[in-house]
Every structure is written in C-alpha cells, then in structure tokens.
Design a protein around this ligand. Structure first.
Ligand SMILES: NC(=O)c1ccc[n+]([C@@H]2O[C@H](COP(=O)([O-])OP(=O)(O)OC[C@H]3O[C@@H](n4cnc5c(N)ncnc54)[C@H](OP(=O)(O)O)[C@@H]3O)[C@@H](O)[C@H]2O)c1
Length: 305
C-alpha cells in the first residue's frame, strides 16, 4: 500500500511508530497531514499523521482507541464539541470554549485541548503588539469566535462587541465567556461610525469568494488592525478591503499554522519546528489541491483543521 504522506528523511514506519490522526468530515482537503508530517520529519520524532473521515458514531471509538494505543491527534468539524465529553482530562481552554481539537495520552489518561485558542493568540501576536485595553469588534459567534473571546478575556482586551447573524448565539457566547466587557450588537447599523483597535472575522463568510463581506469597513470610522480567520488560496476580500484602506491585516493561515504547532507541542512535549511547518504549508498541498502560500498566493482553502 502506498502511503499518502511523506516522512522525509525519517526512519521507516515500524511497530513502535505513534499514529496521530485528524478525525472529522470532510478531511480530504486538510493541510494538517502535510504540515504535521513535515514537522515530525524535521523534529525527528517517531510518528505518522493521517486524516480519517469519520461520522459521529465512530468518533468515540477512534479517538479513545488511538489515544489508548499511545497515539493521539486532532478533531475538526463537525466533531469538536462532541470530543469534549470523550476526553478524561480537558484543559481549561476546552472547558471554557466547549470545544476540543487536540487529544493525546498522558499518565494513562486521555487529555484534550483546544489549540485554536493558543493558535489565535499566537497569530494575533504576529499581527499586533498585544491587545491589552483594545476595543474589539468580533464578527461571528461559532466555535472559532469562542476561542477568540477566550483570548480577549485572558489577554486583557477592553470592550468587545460581538455581531452575529443569529443574535441569540452571540448572547450565549457573551454569557458563557464574557465578563461584562462583552456586548452584543443587535444589528449591523449599530456599527455605524464605530472605532475599533481590532476587527476579527470568525464567520464563515469569505470561504467562498462570492460571499458578501462580513462587515463593510467603509462604515467604520477607524480600524487599527484586522484578523480574518478565513484563509484561502488568494487574499480574502476582507483582507483586501482592509489593506486598501491602509489597515494592517492578516488571514487565517497563521492561525492554522500556530494551532498545529501548539498541538505538536502537546503530543511531543517539545517546541514545534514552525519554520518547517510553514514551508510545508506554503510549498505542498494534498493531491489535487495545488500549493498554498501563507501570504495568500495559490492553493486550497481550509477550515481550520
Ligand atoms: N485559521 C484557522 O486555523 C481557523 C480555525 C477555526 C476556524 N476557522 C475559520 O473560522 C470560521 C468559523 O469557523 P467555526 O468553527 O466557528 O464555524 P461555526 O461554529 O459553524 O460558526 C460559523 C459562524 O459563521 C456565521 N455564518 C455562517 N454563514 C453565515 C452567513 N451566510 N452570513 C453571516 N454569518 C454566517 C455563523 O453565524 P450564525 O450563528 O448566525 O449561524 C457563525 O457565527 C470558518 O471560516 C473557519 O474556516 C479558521
């Protein structure tokens, strides 16, 4: 059987090789196998990373079985919430966000983390110099938005405004993770002439190039910086609009890299070789998907797993 992954100069697979897997549906265009196998080869660790499409019924057996066998992996859509109840030791990031995207065995117990939180934090730190006291506009109220609010609270952001198509979902998020500093905007008009140090897009808008913009930056008075969690082969429309207005902006590629680096560190207990991972993401992609550059030149889109 031909393996679809390349372990570079690493030793051949053998009986002791750790198997790590991405569990989700769909997984066929995920960039995680390319990124993680490059990291394993660079760090010379004895593991292999594969993507396994699975439905909700198979998730428990696969996740627990892989971990109990000494492996681990990631969980992506639509199973991140279901995975929370399957791990024995959830981190506080998992408990707060209600989502688990990384699992592994430690001291005989199955641990789970949500590295989207750390990935978003690290990506933001590449974009701007900290968010202490920042006035933030968050677009969206799904799983990725929860990770963002956890970072805003932990890192001392000032007022956070959430705008979401479904207002009740934004309210749920504010009451789950907010602390009085998080306010829900009822409608887009509430944004008129708003001033924000940071705008974050955590909606799905932008995954399809035909999507409308999640916010029209023209309507805002001033925006200091913009982070679009969506990543695509080319610059997203939102990042494009921001840069045209002179706003420093970045797409979701850096968050993808950094959540993967944080997962590597949980599995292997050592710093991730981020440059090798970045190069793998930029230079290679799953079969049929084309290459992608993190600065947005060509290749497949991703959904954060
Ligand atoms: N870069 C990364 O590493 C990374 C990691 C995680 C996620 N992401 C990206 O973040 C985005 C959100 O992911 P998620 O996991 O939070 O998904 P999710 O839980 O399904 O949430 C989707 C969000 O998008 C909104 N939305 C969907 N369709 C919309 C539309 N037509 N008009 C307006 N709003 C719409 C939803 O609003 P409602 O509540 O009204 O449905 C919700 O706020 C995705 O683009 C994903 O690719 C990136």
């Amino acid at each position: 059987m031909r393996r679809s992954t390349d372990r570079g100069g690493a030793d051949p697979l053998h009986a002791g090789t750790r198997v790590l897997a991405l569990l989700g549906d769909p997984v066929d265009h995920s960039l995680s196998p390319v990124m993680q196998n490059a990291a394993f080869a660079e760090a010379d660790v004895d593991g292999v990373y594969v993507a396994l499409r699975c439905d909700g019924g198979d998730l428990s057996g696969l996740l627990r079985g892989l971990a109990r066998a000494g492996g681990g992996g990631n969980v992506t859509l639509p199973h991140k919430q279901r995975a929370v109840s399957l791990v024995d030791e959830p981190t506080s990031a998992v408990r707060r966000t209600g989502a688990c995207n990384t699992f592994w065995l430690e001291d005989g117990r199955i641990h789970g983390d949500n590295t989207d939180v750390e990935g978003f934090r690290r990506a933001l730190n590449v974009l701007i110099d900290g968010i202490s006291g920042a006035r933030v506009l968050l677009l969206g109220a799904g799983g990725a938005a929860r990770a963002a609010v956890a970072v805003f609270r932990d890192d001392g952001a000032g007022e956070v405004h959430i705008l979401n198509r479904t207002v009740s979902r934004a309210r749920e998020l504010a009451s789950r993770l907010g602390d009085g500093q998080v306010q829900v905007l009822q409608e887009p008009d509430a944004l008129l002439a708003g001033t924000y140090d940071l705008v974050v897009n955590a909606t799905r808008l932008g995954l399809d190039p035909e999507d409308p913009l999640p916010v029209d930056l023209e309507k805002l008075d001033r925006v200091g910086a913009l982070y679009d969690m969506v990543y695509r082969p080319e610059e997203t429309r939102l990042v494009h609009q921001a840069r045209e207005r002179g706003i420093v902006a970045m797409d979701g590629g850096e968050m993808l890299l950094q959540q993967g680096a944080a997962a590597f560190e949980r599995w292997w207990r050592r710093p991730a070789p981020t440059e090798a991972m970045r190069e793998a993401l930029q230079g290679r992609a799953p079969e049929g998907a084309g290459a992608r550059r993190l600065d947005g030149a060509s290749g497949p889109q991703g959904t954060g797993g």
